[in-house]
Write a protein that binds this ligand. Structure first.
Ligand code: IPD
Ligand code: CA
Ligand code: CA
Ligand code: CA
Length: 267
């Protein structure tokens, strides 16, 4: 089955890329600014994306790669008609540069638009989250059970960008400040892919994002779907997996409660 082969390759290449990053954090990194001092890229981000492009070109020359650093030449194609790899070579580059932990490699494969394979690898913890749609979500060799669906707000731990708790252009901050007071806690780990993998495994109860790229959430989206965890845009609409998206994810009841009571978009 072609899906199985792709799944095995995605895991193997994520592990190999992780080994490169495990070594890299022991040495000096070349850091550049992309759009600002808060938007970093290192030579390793580009190297890992190129590593995936080379592997895909060798093994699956007819597949496409959509990666954050854009190493593939732009070609016009309809992602819904093709096999597309969504790769974030380092998710959490700021952590990679500063704390040298809590970053990940995120790899997803969508076959004719269908979320099929998701792999998120934390090389420092040597922990791999992986799924082949319909076959269950795993952490390393362990199958992940279904997550609790009956959590109350006061028991919930959510990921959120702290900037939204101050006045901002996107969301009214007061309802979110109220949510902070009512739930058990907020966390910002700094790698959206890892945060979403934690939601899929029940370590976290939900996450809210204002703008993620397809490479950030592509793998986690396969995992969340597998686990039956709700995942929509902040307007409550279905997520388009090949572009930028706002995102809210949590088990169905919490997802509904948060959307209805705490999310007030300004536009
Ligand atoms: C970023 C991380 C971060 C999230 C940002 C992403 P990058 O990805 O996932 O947690 O808040 O929106 O851009 O740039 O480190 O790959
Ligand atoms: Ca980046
Ligand atoms: Ca990212
Ligand atoms: Ca990245």
């Amino acid at each position: 089955m072609v899906e199985q082969a792709i799944y095995q390759h995605a895991k193997q290449w994520a592990f190999e890329a992780g080994e490169i990053l495990r070594q890299a954090v022991k040495g000096e990194l070349t850091v550049e600014y992309k759009t600002s001092a808060a938007d970093l890229v290192t030579e390793k981000d580009k190297e890992i994306e190129q590593f995936f492009l080379d592997k895909i070109n060798t093994h699956y020359p007819e597949h496409f790669l959509l990666g954050e650093e854009g190493v593939q030449q732009q070609q016009t194609y309809q992602p819904e008609d093709e096999i597309v790899w969504l790769v974030d070579p380092i998710d959490g580059t700021t952590n990679f540069v500063h704390t040298k932990s809590n970053f990940s490699i995120s790899v997803a494969v969508y076959i004719k638009g269908k979320p099929t394979v998701g792999v998120i690898y934390d090389p420092i913890k040597d922990e791999m989250f992986h799924v082949l749609a319909g076959q269950g979500l795993y952490v390393d060799e362990e199958k992940v059970p279904a997550v609790a669906t009956n959590k109350q707000m006061e028991e919930a731990l959510f990921c959120l960008n702290h900037l939204w708790l101050a006045p901002n252009d996107d969301l009214n901050e007061q309802p979110l400040q109220q949510m902070v007071r009512e739930i058990r806690g907020f966390r910002c780990i700094g790698s959206a892919a890892l945060e979403l993998a934690y939601v899929a495994t029940g370590r976290m109860d939900g996450a809210i994002y204002n703008g993620l790229g397809a490479w950030d959430f592509g793998a986690a989206y396969v995992m969340l779907k597998e686990q039956g965890i709700a995942c929509t845009t902040l307007k409550g609409e279905e997520v388009y997996p090949f572009g930028h998206a706002t995102l809210i994810t949590a088990s169905k009841k919490l997802h509904q409660q948060v959307l209805a009571n705490y999310i007030e978009l300004k536009h």
